[in-house]
Design a protein around this ligand. Structure first.
Ligand SMILES: Cc1ncc(COP(=O)(O)O)c(C=O)c1O
Length: 480
């Protein structure tokens, strides 16, 4: 007995390192705070992109303890200073957001108290916060009170939940799969195809609806395709529209598509991961009308509400469709299942135990109010206009006027040289790195994308981008 207690005490002593003293905690947080200030203060002068990638084993797990100071220094050098600086306002590639500081504080709070936010029974407060956010989003997007929702890790998982609900509602299983039809835009985000494969719908028929000159889905073409498929005894069941495509920022004609979905009793899904929250702006709220007709909707606060990566959201009108795949019980859960409990996040998601990610949106919304978020979105729309005008003045060709804040441009050259010239231009821009732009292909043509969404992207950022582009054009022109 004695030896058992001695062994327990010895282990207790050695594991005490996992509970730092108050003095140590203060020491850590003060070092972290110094680092965070240095990092944030440096954002306006440091590059948005650094091509160096090699870490030379510096990040390997060491079996002996290291000091927090040395690990912070390592993080700064090997993680925070390499690749795309996603916190920088100069990040104009892919879909940036920035990552507001007060969301980081919320993550710290959530991690310190380690709320179990999968079930109401375990943390009624955390689940209530997440449900309040879902309710707020229902109001913003005109969804009914009875709709359900979930805060996901991002847009891909949110889309997966919505598509699973569509599949289950329409009973698309077994031999029904090869004759079932889904309609998407050619510009749909690739996480949709990925989700379809994951949920066993790889063999469904996917129809790519043609787009008009603004890269928006042609509602009439969609209508015709559905009519033809019905004539051929196929089973159309799902239409997926985008409220802000990734490549071109286009908003599909949401209301017209919604009417077509209603006419044929099809599930209507809208992927608003990038653009959905522009509904909060005066200038774009009308363009997003029709979004309320969706059966399911994805929106990503880690994009258009500027949160650090790790928060998407899905709303679904039909609770039963979502519960079919996600609501489970088990003996060991019996205490947690009580009558009149609100919906648990675990009932509407593949996750059970999960990060209390709702706090990273709730805290900033409560602290700042909604106005600065809306101003930031409106600002991005105007900056997009300014950037495009300045590019045109410099002889660039630009894509059609974007519905939101993503657009593209290229420097016109003789056809044979055009792609190579613009590729060389992007390479030069990446070598500079002060501002980061990514590229894509539109109709086969290589174009440079501009995605203005980070809350830190300001007028000065665009002026820096233009200076960088001027000097890159000069350099690249020497070789062409
Ligand atoms: C329109 C759209 N849908 C879905 C996604 C996927 O979201 P996530 O990267 O958060 O998984 C993206 C990502 O950029 C997107 O732009």
């Amino acid at each position: 007995m004695e030896s058992l207690i001695q062994r327990i005490k010895a282990l207790q002593e050695s594991s005490e390192a996992l509970e730092p003293s108050e003095e140590q905690r203060n020491n850590y947080t003060s070092q972290l705070s110094t680092f965070a200030n240095r990092f944030i203060n440096g954002l306006s002068i440091n590059p948005a992109y650094t091509s160096a990638k090699e870490t030379k084993g510096a990040l390997a797990i060491s079996s002996t303890p290291r000091s927090f100071e040395s690990l912070l220094a390592l993080y700064e050098q090997e993680v925070a200073s390499k690749g795309i600086n996603a916190a920088s306002g100069g990040h104009l590639g892919y879909i940036p957001g920035g990552g507001i500081f007060t969301a980081a504080l919320a993550d710290y709070m959530a991690d310190v108290t380690n709320e179990y936010s999968g079930m109401y029974y375990a943390s009624p407060g955390a689940v209530s916060i997440e449900n309040e956010l879902i309710d707020w989003m229902k109001v913003v997007f005109g969804f009914p009170k009875e709709a359900v929702g979930n805060l996901t890790s991002g847009g891909s998982i949110a889309n997966l939940i919505a598509l699973t609900a569509a599949r289950d509602h329409h009973g698309v299983r077994f031999d029904r799969i090869p004759t079932s039809v889904i309609y998407v835009s050619e510009q749909v985000h690739h996480c949709i195809q990925k989700a379809l494969r994951i949920i066993g719908l790889e063999a469904v028929i996917i129809r790519y609806v043609p787009l008009n000159e603004q890269h928006r889905m042609e509602a009439e073409a969609l209508s015709k395709m559905i009519a033809e498929d019905l004539e051929n005894d196929l089973h159309p069941f799902l239409i997926i529209a985008s409220a802000g495509t990734t490549d071109t920022g286009a908003i599909d004609p949401l209301r017209a598509i919604g009417c077509i979905a209603q006419e044929h009793d099809l599930w209507y899904h809208v992927d608003g991961a990038y653009g959905g929250f522009f509904i909060l702006t005066e200038s774009k709220k009308d363009m997003l009308k029709g979004i309320e007709m969706a059966d399911s909707l994805v929106i990503d606060p880690h994009k258009s509400l500027f949160l650090p990566y790790g928060l998407g959201a899905v709303l679904v009108k039909n609770k039963d469709a979502v519960f079919y795949s996600h609501h489970y019980t088990a003996n060991y859960m019996q205490d947690a299942i009580q009558e009149h409990n609100p919906i648990n996040p675990a009932d509407v998601s593949p996750e059970l135990t999960k990060h209390f990610r709702g706090l990273r949106l709730w805290l900033p919304l409560q602290l700042h109010g909604i106005t600065p978020f809306i101003s930031c979105l409106e600002e991005k729309l105007l900056l997009t206009r300014y950037f495009r005008e300045q590019l045109v003045n410099r002889g660039f060709a630009v894509g059609p006027e974007p519905d939101l804040s993503v657009s593209y441009f290229w420097f016109p050259k003789e056809t044979a040289q055009e792609d190579r010239f613009n590729q060389a231009l992007l390479k030069e821009l990446h070598a500079n790195g002060q501002v980061f732009l990514s590229s894509t292909r539109i109709g086969g043509k290589f174009v440079i994308r501009m995605a203005l969404l980070s809350f830190r992207t300001k007028l000065a950022t665009i002026d820096t981008a233009l200076e960088m582009i001027d000097s890159a054009i000069k350099k690249v022109s020497l070789s062409y």
